[in-house]
Design a binder for this molecule. Structure first.
Ligand SMILES: [Zn+2]
Length: 226
């Protein structure tokens, strides 16, 4: 079987996290999100980790260049040599070029870039309806998964709040950044014949089924060519 080297792409709230969980359990792939890679570097207290921690402690965004170096370091460990699922990286064309270099230096190629799309209004509806329990991080949705009593957690009776990240104006801002920085990647990967598009407004089960079917077809194609 050929290895699966995958990148997940798409706006926040399109269901990437759910699909990532399923792909990881389907194929036993190591999962690398930018957050996980940075947290690991910080925990290991590597030079790079210390640098990243400084930004995090100051409440600043970790610069793109530092994130790229962290990803490169992660790949140098060899842990991703039998396949991987990357989420949140690359986010810009510059980072995509870095990823190309990393993979090339290890003699590997991307298998596919899975783009899960959702219209802006749908994203805002999904994210701004979320309510999180102040105590246990239990998550509800006012429309799709409401608590039994308004504003109160079913599990522990805590107050439910709307996280700042989920406020409509914040969601719109995150979407604007996505359209501006990340959307150019769609064309970039499309021109390299790596892009697979999925409609994130379908149910998670349907999206998952479609991803599996397309990946199976792609692997078959790759094996015939080898
Ligand atoms: Zn709770």
């Amino acid at each position: 079987m050929s290895e699966l080297n995958l990148v997940l792409l798409g706006p926040p709230g399109a269901g990437k996290g759910t699909q990532a969980d399923r792909l990881v359990s389907d194929f036993g792939l190591p999962y690398y999100s930018t957050g996980i890679i940075l947290r690991e570097a910080v925990a290991e207290e590597s030079e790079l980790g210390k640098e990243a921690k400084q930004y995090m402690d100051d409440g600043e965004l970790v610069p793109d260049e530092l994130i790229s170096r962290a990803v490169a370091e992660r790949f140098e460990s060899g842990d991703a040599d039998n396949g991987f699922l990357l989420d949140g990286f690359p986010r810009t064309i510059g980072q995509a070029e870095v990823l190309d270099e990393i993979l090339e230096s290890r003699g590997r190629n991307l298998t596919a870039v899975l783009l899960i799309e959702a219209p802006d209004d749908e994203v805002v509806r999904r994210l701004s309806g979320r309510r999180t329990c102040a105590k246990g991080n239990h998550v509800y949705h006012v429309e799709f998964d409401p608590p039994k009593h308004d504003g109160v957690c079913d599990q522990d009776g805590s107050r439910l709040i709307q996280r700042d990240d989920d406020k409509p104006e914040t969601v719109r801002k995150r979407l604007a950044v996505y359209h501006d920085q990340t959307e150019p990647l769609i064309e970039w990967y499309e021109s390299r014949d790596l892009l697979m598009r999925f409609d994130g407004s379908r149910s998670p089960d349907e999206v998952h089924g479609l991803i599996r079917a397309k990946l199976a077809a792609k692997r078959l194609e790759d094996e015939v060519q080898q």
